[in-house]
Design a protein around this ligand. Structure first.
Ligand code: NAD
Ligand code: WQD
Length: 340
């Protein structure tokens, strides 16, 4: 059984990926510093899978700690690297916090696990900016980053490309996620935003449960059919399964210094107003919202061409918008009653 290190494994996407790796028969070890997640997630993962996963609390910015971890875990065959800071607005206020964490963590891992490793990296559709053509393919140009956060993803991809091509045995897949939403079907794990959520779906569920006031729709004067901005929302469980598919591809890839990029979305765009309507339909809960100004830095419209992922990763999405919003709401209700 292959042993996979999941960095950031107690976080939102990481925790769902741990479940899917386990379901697919992989052994998992989690490293997280709990800077944006809770240790209780290990109990929740045990409730879902019946398995207590190995866990080490390490800040990946600490080169010595990562080196010692690598020496003690020589049987790791693959790394899925989620650990990073991800708040776009905060990255504009505190760029060094983002450059330090997102680069040092990556570089420390690549330095310590410098041979024969399969590496899956969490990239983002943010690297495309506002694409010239939709749906956007992996060969579309990377646009100048709108934020230090976005810049960390662009430069991390370059670091990985250059390191893979000069390190025999290091095989890399960068997954460019579109907008992950929703929660596990058990409602035992989900997104745990700290403070006021900047992202749409967590704001919707917190508003619906009464934790926040009405939702503000950031702009209804965009050149889209209903005037609100369009994104490619993807269920976090489908996204988690894409990581298993990526690990499987790396396991069988005989090119020993490969670097590949894949879009991970549904291929379908939904507007903010469509998301609000879909939430009401799938949950029966009415939302209060007002229309406000556009949010600075937002693009008009993006959705991905996911044919490369379908063909080469042998992966496709299975869960629709209703299930994304139903599960996000079930999780909000669960965590409201069972806070940790
Ligand atoms: P998250 O914050 O829920 O998970 C990240 C985890 O990494 C957290 O548990 C945090 O405690 C941990 N972490 C951060 N810095 C660390 C460090 N130095 N050492 C050890 N652990 C550390 O975020 P998420 O939504 O699960 O995102 C996972 C990855 O996917 C990130 O790299 C993010 O940039 C990327 N991504 C996320 C989205 C999104 O919308 N959620 C979209 C595209 C890409
Ligand atoms: C979605 C839409 C908002 C909140 C961000 C990052 C991106 C990626 C995913 C990591 C937009 C609108 C939102 C609200 C609203 N993360 N909105 N009212 O901006 O597409 O992407 O998360 O890589 O890098 O930038 O996601 O969920 O913030 O917004 O109207 O209260 O909802 O304007 O059109 P976004 P989001």
């Amino acid at each position: 059984m292959s042993k996979i290190l999941v960095t950031g494994g107690t976080g939102y996407i990481g925790s769902h990926t741990v479940v899917e790796l386990h379901n697919a028969g992989y052994e998992v070890i989690i490293v997280d510093d709990l800077s944006n997640s809770k240790i209780e997630i290990l109990d929740q993962l045990e409730k879902i899978t019946g398995k207590r996963f190995d866990f080490e609390k390490i800040d990946l910015q600490d080169a010595t700690a990562v080196e010692n971890f690598a020496k003690a875990n020589k049987d790791i065959s693959g790394i899925i690297h989620f650990a990073a800071f991800k708040a776009v607005g905060e990255s504009v206020e505190q760029p060094l916090k983002y450059y330090k964490n997102n680069f040092f963590s990556l570089i420390n891992l690549l330095t310590s696990f410098n041979k024969k490793i399969n590496f899956v990296f969490s990239s983002s559709c943010t690297v495309y900016g506002q694409p010239d053509t939709l749906p956007v393919t992996e060969s579309a140009p990377v646009k100048p980053a709108e934020s230090p956060y976005g810049n960390t993803k662009q430069v991390a991809e370059e670091i990985l490309l250059e390191t893979a091509s000069t390190t025999d045995g290091l095989k890399v897949i960068a997954l460019r996620y579109f907008n992950p939403v929703g929660a596990h079907e058990t409602a035992l794990i989900g997104e745990l935003p700290i403070g006021v959520p900047a992202n749409l779906v967590p704001f919707i569920t917190q508003s619906a449960i009464g934790k926040r006031g009405p939702i503000t729709v950031y702009g209804n004067d965009y050149p889209t059919p209903d005037g609100s901005a369009i994104r490619d929302y993807i269920h976090v469980v489908d996204l988690a399964k894409a990581h298993v598919a990526a690990i499987k591809r790396l396991d069988t890839n005989t090119d020993t210094d490969s670097y590949e990029v894949f879009n991970i979305g549904t291929g379908k765009g939904s507007s903010v107003l469509e998301i609000i309507a879909a939430f009401e339909n799938s949950t029966g809960v009415k939302l209060n919202y007002t229309v406000g100004k556009r949010r600075g830095g937002d693009i008009v419209e993006i959705y991905g061409d996911v044919s490369k992922s379908k063909e080469e990763l042998n992966w496709k999405t299975e869960l629709d918008l209703n299930e994304m919003l139903r599960s996000a709401w079930a999780w909000e209700e669960y965590i409201g009653k069972n806070p940790f």
